[in-house]
Structures are given as C-alpha cells and as structure tokens.
Design a protein around this ligand. Structure first.
Ligand code: PMP
Length: 420
C-alpha cells in the first residue's frame, strides 16, 4: 500500500468521517431537509424517521432500553457533560451537595465541576495512581450521604487508561439503594467519548445512569453527540441548559441537526459491527509501534497502564527531548503532545501531572492514537522518523550529553541504551 503523507496518528483528537457515514448523511442536506419537529407534512416525517432510526443505533451501542426517551441529541460531548453535571446539580442539589470526579477527567467535566464549586457544591477530585487509574475503593470511600453524582470517564483521552467502570457503577448503585427511599438522589455519569466504538460499553451491566458520547471520535461528523439519560431504575431528571421549543423531552431545545444525527447513527452502527475486529487490528499496530520505539530508543518510558487501556493509544515519554521540538522534526506525522484539546496551553499535561509524571517527562511526552485508516506502512514510517528525530535532538541536548557521560540518576524506569 502506498504511503500517503502526512500520516494521521491523532485519532483521539478527532477522526475523519467514514465515507459510508458521509453517504448516509448526504440526502439529509438537500433532499430530505425537513425539520424533524414539523409534524404536518412528509418532509418533517422523513426527518423524524431518520432521527428515530439514529436514536436506535445510538441506544444500541450502549444497550439503552428506550431510545425514544433516553437518548438526548446534543452538539457533542462537551455539551453532554455540561448537561449531565450542571443539569443534575440544578435538579437535585442545593449548595452543600457533593460530587465526586477524578483529576484526569476531560476539561468538559472538570470545568462544570469547578463552576459548581463556586456555587457552593463540594467537589472531590480523586487522584489516580501512577498508571492513571482509580480504584473502586477510592470511589466507595469518597461517597457521603450528601453525594448526588459520581462522574468518572470510561477511557482517558491522553493515555487511553480505563477506569473500573462496572465496579464503580455497582458501588454507586449499592450506595443509592442503602439510602432511605426518598433520598436516593445519587447517580453515576460517565464520559465515554473515547470508549465508544473502541470497546463494548453496556449501561445496564455497568450501572451507568448518564453517559456522554460524541460523533467525531467514532468516524462521524463534528458538532453532534448524545447524552444517555436513564429513565427507569432509577429515573434521572435533568434541568435543561438550553431553553426553547421543548425538543428532546425538554432537555435540549433547538431544531435537530438531522444530517449530523444521521451521521452519528451510521457511525454507531458501523462501530458496533466492526469494533471487535478493528480493536484487535489496532492493538497489533499499536503494540508494533510501541515495541519498535522502546526497542530502538533508549530513555523512553510508557505513560499509563500497560494493559488496562484503549487498543489504539500509546503515550510515550522521551527523555531529554521536548515533545514540541520532536513534533516539529516529524512534520509528516500528526501526533499530539499532551491533549490536543488543551494544546493552546503549553504547560505540562495536567493528566500526566496528576499521575505523578514530572514536568520534564511530561514535556517530552507524545500521544500516538491510531484508527480505522491506519496501516502497517504508517507504523514503520513513523518509527523511522521518530528514531531519527530523537537522535538528532539529543545530539544537541546538553542534558543528554551529561547523561551519556555520567549515566542517569536511576529514578526513572527507562528503556536501556544498547548493551546495558
Ligand atoms: N470528553 C473526552 C474524553 C474527550 O476526549 C473529548 C474530545 N476531546 C470531549 C469530552 C469533548 O468532546 P466534543 O469535542 O464532542 O465536545
């Protein structure tokens, strides 16, 4: 297969629209352009039918029971997270209410929590271990009788690390059921933006009450997503963020983005059908990339958990080089240093910092995230480029010069130089 440059290895930031998804969307721009809320003619009915079919697909990928009532379409996971957290807090909490989250969540979870902290809510930001993982015990210990929400992401966007979501769901459920019948206002939200389409997510088995997802991470279009809101056992009620025509059961007003929603539906259908094979293929490619780099370059370290992580993601710290410098040297490869979502800020990644990764290592860290259109040729080309770029940068690094003369201080478990 011929190599197309530049090579895209930033699928966790966003994905291209799958041509099959685009094809499904196209008629809804020019032919079936009705407003899904127009109940008086066939243009509206056609749009509504397409939206309903997409709702079934979105519900299907998470095993939701009643698509028509439980899937709320939004503009993406940022909005879904805001609706879940702020909407729930306004419905159930008063100042003094308690929310539990994790330090390595996406900003679209952390920032709404900060807003609530300013309004008098108490927020617990749990600290993950050195691998970026929480334990279910940490969550269980943090729950109090004032806790209204536990919000923990399924998979981290920077490291791919997976939290024990099913166990956390069980703990939240048990804590809720232990409360008196009129005080069972305790719910579990998960930002599953990075997990959907990459591994199975089942809201029933995992005890999830609210779940955020986004189309553009699963080969759908940008600007559309969904929030799953449990209807039964327990019923979750949210106070809307956007008021208007009462669409989406009053939870999210505004004319529905029919083509976008059709795209999200098609993306979920394809993901569901192809996920198992795709994940296995990507795991093999990711492992090849990681192993080749770790074998060829001394003073490299993996950030995140060795096994409990997404199949497509590798986050590696290259000692004695700057990630930004490295990226400039490998312009043919699109990767990200820290999170692309926050790369306007050149500080060390807060996700890596929360895991105890030093600023120096964090600045030398690169996230590689593979996807549907990655292939073996990309990996081999990327490895070659990275090996050369790291060698060139280290050649002019006084720090590396010092390490060559005196050895490193032994505090970090690096890959070893050849012969050691
Ligand atoms: N949560 C996570 C874990 C993400 O990776 C992202 C996208 N970077 C978001 C939320 C925000 O999603 P969206 O771009 O759809 O608003």
């Amino acid at each position: 297969m011929s190599l197309e440059l530049p090579i895209y290895m930033d699928y966790n930031a966003t994905t291209p629209v799958d041509p099959r998804v685009l094809e499904a969307m196209l008629p809804y721009f020019t032919e079936h352009y009705g407003n899904a809320a127009s109940h008086s003619h066939s243009f509206g009915w056609k749009a509504e039918a397409a939206v309903d079919a997409a709702r079934e697909e979105v519900a299907g990928i998470i095993n939701a029971e009643t698509p028509a009532r439980e899937i709320v379409f939004t503009s993406g996971a940022t909005e879904s997270n805001n609706l879940a957290i702020l909407g729930l807090a306004e419905m159930y909490g008063q100042a003094g209410g308690h929310i539990i989250t994790c330090q390595t969540e996406h900003r679209a979870v952390l920032d709404p929590c900060e807003v609530l902290a300013k309004r008098g809510f108490e927020i617990t930001f749990l600290q993950p271990d050195e691998f970026g993982m929480l334990t279910v015990e940490q969550v269980a210990e943090a729950i109090t009788d004032r806790t209204i929400l536990v919000t923990i992401m399924a998979a981290n966007n920077e490291t791919g690390v997976l939290h024990p979501i099913a166990e956390i769901g069980q703990v939240v459920r048990q804590a809720r059921q232990a409360r008196p019948a009129d005080k069972q206002n305790l719910f579990f939200h998960t930002d599953a933006t990075q997990a959907i389409g990459k591994l199975p997510v089942d809201i029933q088995e995992m005890g999830i009450d609210l779940l955020s997802l986004s189309a553009h991470k699963v080969y759908g279009p940008k600007g559309v997503g969904a929030l799953y809101v449990r209807r039964r056992g327990p019923r979750v009620r949210l106070s809307p963020r956007i008021h208007g025509g009462g669409h989406e059961h009053g939870m999210r007003s505004g004319t529905l983005n029919t083509p976008g929603i059709v795209g999200l539906g098609a993306a979920c259908r394809i993901a569901r059908e192809e996920m198992a094979g795709e994940s296995a293929r990507l795991a093999a490619l990711r492992d090849r990339l990681e192993e080749e780099i770790l074998r060829a370059i001394p003073y490299v370290r993996r950030n995140g958990h060795p096994t409990e992580r997404l199949a497509n993601t590798a986050n590696l710290a290259f000692g004695f080089v700057e990630g930004e410098g490295l990226m400039l040297k490998m312009r043919d490869i699109a990767v990200s240093s820290g999170s692309a979502c926050t790369s306007a800020d050149l500080g060390p990644s807060f996700v890596l910092s929360a895991m105890g990764v030093s600023d120096m290592l964090s600045h030398g860290s690169i996230r590689f995230s593979l996807g549907r259109f990655s292939h073996a040729g990309d990996i081999d080309f990327a490895v070659e480029k990275i090996v050369t770029a790291v060698a060139e940068l280290r050649e002019i690094s006084p720090l590396y010069d010092d390490v060559l003369k005196n050895g490193d201080d032994g505090t970090i478990e690096w890959t070893k130089p050849a012969g050691q």
